[in-house]
Design a protein around this ligand. Structure first.
Ligand SMILES: NC(=O)c1ccc[n+]([C@@H]2O[C@H](COP(=O)([O-])OP(=O)(O)OC[C@H]3O[C@@H](n4cnc5c(N)ncnc54)[C@H](O)[C@@H]3O)[C@@H](O)[C@H]2O)c1
Length: 380
């Protein structure tokens, strides 16, 4: 009996020792301490991505809305919570922040985070005007802080394949492209965000900006000139125009026509992205999936096999991985501030083109907005 007790005590001690070592080891492996700012709909996805990364330790959540924090407390009871970023920065020690707040507050928060010497992985758009975005990017450069933008869709298998098929010229030389994104996005869905309902040009700056970024990425070219129109159908729930059409002429000769809508005649999301090349067509038939091709004389389309991936999660995991490697100087910083500025500039140039009813040359836009110096290494 006595011997059994001793064995049991020893087993308990041994188990606790193992647990302590495991916890300490796990903690040592978690080399990047993060504060997540914003716990809304995209914030829920980011929290999952951060918690599933073995090298990340989430030290705090920040959100001005106590209800959002209460929801997070149920799922993540051990994590500190703050309603004000300032308080989190005063009390917590962190290496970087994931910024998942609406774009209206990005500048103020980025500057505060850089002041506290944190790197930032921020949601797009970085800001709603070029001056604010440039100030954020320049501050990151001056303070030698890492700034990456959440251009996550680049890392989906479908985007990677699209880019490869175009750059390898498997279907010949690409010439023109048609991107259609349509959905009736009611704007009041459960758990969904509300700020786009009233934000000026939310369709272009919050949604189409992703599609414009994919065009830059998959066609591997900067945009040379833009024209644009936008309008708001009678049944729209948005204050600002929720349908946008643009034409991009790209520096490598590609021409891309785009129609994006949050106020479609059908709730179901429909997306087609077709690129015509000298020897065939490449078509993405659904958002984030269903890639097919046909050679010029084919009678049918042929599916292109793609790896499985959960959009918003698996793509963000890759982005996070790259960001963390860059923090440790073990890889290049991808989707950095300047890269994002090039897409944001094209989006804002669309607004200028629409307002002034003219084609905007991006070289003029860069010059007039003092961007040439920032872009000198990126423009070929
Ligand atoms: N990359 C993507 O795939 C993707 C997808 C969806 C949204 N987004 C982006 O993510 C960002 C957030 O969008 P969302 O859909 O989560 O919006 P949301 O409204 O659902 O969430 C934003 C959260 O930020 C909080 N907040 C607002 N001001 C704050 C402040 N000053 N300090 C702290 N918290 C504050 C709000 O209370 C809210 O909980 C936007 O920039 C959006 O464009 C990106």
């Amino acid at each position: 009996m006595y011997v059994d007790g001793k064995v049991a005590n020893f087993a308990l001690l041994f188990r606790n020792l193992c647990r302590t070592i495991w916890k300490k080891g796990d903690r040592l492996l978690r080399r990047h301490r993060v504060i997540q700012v914003g716990c809304g709909s995209r914030g829920r996805q980011w929290a999952q991505v951060l918690f599933e990364h073995p090298e990340v330790e989430v030290v705090a959540f920040v959100d001005t809305d106590p209800e959002k924090l209460a929801d997070f407390a149920v799922k993540y009871p051990d994590i500190q919570q703050y309603e004000l970023l300032t308080d989190a920065l005063l009390r917590e020690s962190a290496d970087f922040a994931v910024l998942v707040t609406p774009p209206q507050v990005h500048k103020e928060q980025c500057l505060e985070l850089f002041d506290a010497n944190l790197d930032i992985l921020a949601e797009k758009p970085l800001a709603l005007n070029i001056e604010d975005a440039v100030e954020i990017v320049s501050t990151a450069q001056n303070k030698n802080r890492k700034l990456s933008l959440s251009l996550n869709f680049r890392f989906l298998p479908v985007s990677q394949s699209y880019r490869k098929w175009i750059s390898s010229e498997t279907l010949g030389s690409p010439s023109f492209s048609l991107y259609h994104y349509g959905v009736h996005r009611g704007g009041y869905g459960k758990g969904g965000n509300r700020y786009p309902l009233t934000l000026k040009d939310a369709m272009i700056l919050d949604q189409s900006i992703h599609h414009f970024d994919l065009m830059r990425y998959c066609f591997d070219s900067e945009i040379e000139a833009v024209t644009a129109r936008s309008w708001n159908p009678s049944w729209s729930v948005y204050q600002s125009d929720s349908v946008v059409s643009t034409i991009f002429h790209m520096e490598n000769g590609m021409n891309a026509v785009y129609l994006g809508s949050w106020t479609s005649g059908w709730d179901k999301q429909c997306v087609t992205w077709r690129t015509d090349c000298s020897e065939g067509v490449l078509i993405m038939r659904q958002i984030h999936s269903d890639l097919v091709y046909a050679r010029r004389t084919d009678t049918d389309l042929t599916p292109i096999p793609l790896e499985d991936a959960v959009p918003y999660i698996d793509d963000s995991k890759i982005l996070l991985d790259r960001f963390l490697n860059a923090r440790l100087d073990e890889g290049p910083l991808e989707c950095d501030g300047v890269d994002h500025l090039l897409t944001l500039a094209a989006s804002l140039a669309c607004i200028e083109a629409r307002d002034q009813r003219r084609e905007v040359l991006m070289s003029d836009y860069y010059r007039e907005n003092g961007l040439l110096k920032l872009f000198e290494d990126r423009l070929k």
